[in-house]
Ligand binder design. Structure first.
Ligand code: SF4
Ligand code: SF4
Ligand code: FES
Length: 261
């Protein structure tokens, strides 16, 4: 699936924005920044009609389609699968397509304000759209693919159910970067591989069919590797797939200490 970058020329698409029956009015504050023309980010506020069952991604679409076509963000699947719409919503890293408006409502009929900012620690291209390249560079560096030696087998590589279960949790990663960009070590020391890269190394280190564990462990034993992690659990809390990120990091540390996978 191809992620779409929601960037378009300024201007609204319709003269009369639709208001669904039963809608409440949200105040949505978006941290806007266009490094080409601005020195500093600024907040822009929008009044948006929305249903409690709308997703935050719908709210962003409303703004883009009816209020200001220049608001820029990335999204693709809209169903929590592709990992392209990670952003800070009310100060917490989330996928905009997985958060419902009702979960952010103030309650007791009070007015609701939703803030949206880009994820932290990556360069901002524009508004909520960040440059993911440093994140993917760390991902590629841990060699996240099956490594084997010898001739190709004539049939599939056999694995027991127990061996498959060993790394099941870390197969669920969708590379959204919610974990890495919630990590205080990554914010301050951008050279740290970050939790997502370690999760994806874990997925192969503990795969009984793989023969590259030692090489990956050497990579993660580096000064920018697993030992930078201070076990603060931000990454685990941020993961929209419920992956036990910090546990995976601990397992890689243990494998390094005891040279056992
Ligand atoms: S547990 Fe480690 S990797 Fe995760 S947020 Fe904390 S310091 Fe970062
Ligand atoms: S481990 Fe979770 S939070 Fe981190 S990149 Fe993968 S899916 Fe996203
Ligand atoms: S748009 Fe694909 S995960 Fe949200």
């Amino acid at each position: 699936m191809t992620a779409t970058t929601e960037t378009a020329p300024s201007g609204s698409r319709g003269s009369q924005p639709p208001v669904p029956p039963g809608a409440i009015t949200l105040t949505v504050q978006i941290r806007r920044f266009n490094p080409e023309f601005e020195d500093e980010p600024r907040w822009q506020s929008f009044e948006v009609p929305a249903l409690p069952t709308d997703r935050v991604l719908n709210v962003l679409h409303y703004i883009k389609w009816y209020l200001d076509g220049s608001v820029t963000f990335r999204r693709s699947c809209a169903h929590g699968v592709c990992g392209s719409d990670a952003m800070r919503i009310n100060g917490v890293n989330r996928l905009a397509c997985k958060v419902l408006v009702k979960d952010l409502m103030a309650g007791n009929g009070k007015p609701t304000t939703i803030t949206m900012e880009p994820i932290k620690g990556l360069p901002v291209h524009k508004d909520l759209l960040v440059d993911m390249e440093p994140f993917f560079e760390a991902f590629r560096a841990v060699k996240p693919y099956l490594m084997t030696t010898g001739h190709e087998p004539t049939r599939e590589r056999i694995q027991s159910a127990a061996d498959r279960a060993r790394f099941d949790d870390t197969t669920k990663c969708i590379l959204c970067a919610c974990c890495t960009t919630s990590c205080p070590v990554y914010w301050t020391e951008g050279s740290y591989f970050g939790p997502a890269a370690i999760v994806n190394a874990h997925r192969f280190i503990f795969d009984s069919r793989d023969e590259g564990a030692e090489e990956r462990l050497d990579i993660l034993n580096d000064v920018d590797g697993v030992w930078r992690c201070r076990t603060t659990f931000n990454c685990t809390d941020a993961c929209p797939r419920g992956i036990q990120v910090t546990k995976a990091i601990q397992e890689v540390k243990r494998a390094l200490l005891f040279k056992r996978v």
